[in-house]
Design a protein around this ligand. Structure first.
Ligand code: ZN
Length: 88
């Protein structure tokens, strides 16, 4: 599944080997894959969202997080028209 990187996260991207780190200024996303072997959970793999895509999505398409109303960015203009369907 696709998740926002949480503060204090200290995992390594399986694709590029770089730490998947939380950065306050850049809202990065990570892909968290629960890996099942023979139907039994074995491990979790972490990827940068872009690395996961470049890797060919080895565990399938990353599921978007639960449909929650998107947070409005503070800089967003109040005059902006509402988006009927927020993009993933
Ligand atoms: Zn990466």
């Amino acid at each position: 599944m696709l998740r926002a990187i949480e503060a204090g996260s200290s995992v390594t991207c399986r694709e590029c080997g770089e730490p998947v780190k939380f950065r306050a200024k850049v809202r990065l996303q990570q892909v968290i894959c629960n890996v099942y072997v023979k139907g039994v959970w074995e491990r979790v793999e972490h990827y940068h969202a872009e690395c996961y895509e470049s890797a060919g999505q080895p565990h399938g398409e990353a599921a978007a997080p639960a449909p929650t109303p998107p947070r409005r960015a503070p800089a967003a203009s109040a005059d902006a028209p509402p988006e009927p369907t927020p993009a993933a």
